[in-house]
Design a protein around this ligand. Structure first.
Ligand SMILES: [Zn+2]
Length: 334
């Protein structure tokens, strides 16, 4: 048994689900004498004409809850695959890719960064063009300070190269795809962020983001997510999702989203968590942890259904222009 419980749970699920999906080690990370595999799991219909969804977690090693949400989801999927015909029907119309633990070395070491001291979400070559928060936006001074981007001109870290290869192969290659990267740590509310992170300029697919947000609001009223561009909160250098989004082929739609679970709420309810590094980013009380694990399942299932049924809600022509206008008014009005 590995000393990393999330990796142990993942490998247990891989053994249980071997008849239902393909799993592959996309890279192996070294940390001291330990070596950790980074897995991708692929299920559903491989037809490249069909849409795809990717779920990602564990990019920041301290934010264990992101991996745990995806592992709980995966365990539920495995059970449902035994009996749920609607799930089989859904997976027949799309492909699903899951990378629940992208930075196992960081998680084992209890660090946000990877074992080489690099913050994977500041590590892409994308540069913010305007004034950004000092250090937080990413820095190249030292790997001993937080938010270290790595050396200028170097290739991205191997975890990121593996992540990018998976996204390019399974998501960017499709005419329609959605990614969700699960994090925790900012604010009192659960947020869904969309690019850009490096500039205040709206993305070309703002109309599709607006339509997706409206679809969720009308299909699952009273949800608690705040959906907004990341640039509304703070800009950063080196965001990997910005980097991947900028690679979207002209006739494809790729919507990379980040689930930013509002961990300040957990700390507010249990201030003792302030004194633990993991407590700043993860729910500690059992009932709160269970609530977090179950509360995002609706959103994950919704994204799969929304991708499979995108033909019914993605707009074009004048309606698309109208949605774009509404989104600009909502999120980008000065
Ligand atoms: Zn994070």
């Amino acid at each position: 048994m590995t000393s990393l419980p999330e990796l142990h749970e993942l490998e247990t699920l891989l053994a249980l689900g071997k008849d239902h999906f393909q799993a592959e080690v996309v890279c192996t990370v070294q940390s001291g004498t330990a070596r950790y595999p980074v897995y991708k799991i692929v299920m559903g219909n491989p037809d490249p004409a069909l849409p795809a969804v990717g779920f990602f977690g564990g990019v920041h090693g301290l934010e264990r809850i992101g991996s745990q949400v995806l592992l709980a989801f995966l365990r539920g999927l495995l059970s449902r695959l035994q009996w749920d015909k609607t799930l089989h029907h859904l997976l027949d119309q799309m492909q699903l890719v899951i990378m629940p633990l992208i930075n196992p070395g960081g998680m084992a070491n209890h660090t946000r960064c990877n074992p080489r001291g690099v913050d994977l979400m500041r590590n892409s070559p994308v540069e913010a063009g305007v004034a950004v928060p000092f250090l937080l936006a990413g820095q190249r001074f030292s790997r001993h300070l937080p938010w270290y981007r790595g050396e200028i001109g170097q290739a991205m870290e191997m975890e990121n190269l593996a992540l990018c290869a998976v996204v390019q192969q399974h998501l960017l290659s499709r005419r329609f795809s959605i990614a969700l990267d699960c994090h925790s740590g900012f604010g009192l509310r659960d947020r869904i962020w969309f690019p850009h992170a490096h500039t205040h300029h709206p993305i070309p697919h703002l109309a599709e983001i607006w339509a997706l947000a409206e679809l969720f609001q009308t299909s699952y009223p009273h949800h608690r997510y705040l959906i907004e561009p990341q640039s509304l909160r703070y800009l950063t250098h080196g965001d990997v999702w910005d980097c991947l989004y900028l690679q979207t082929p002209p006739d494809h739609i790729f919507l990379p989203l980040t689930l930013e679970m509002g961990s300040w709420l957990w700390v507010k309810k249990n201030p003792r968590q302030l004194f633990s590094r993991l407590g700043m980013f993860n729910p500690v009380a059992t009932h709160r942890w269970q609530r977090v694990l179950r509360s995002h399942l609706v959103w994950l299932n919704f994204l799969m259904s929304a991708a499979a049924g995108h033909g019914a809600w993605v707009a074009d022509g004048p309606r698309r222009c109208r949605l774009q206008e509404l989104a600009v008014l909502r999120w980008y009005r000065p």
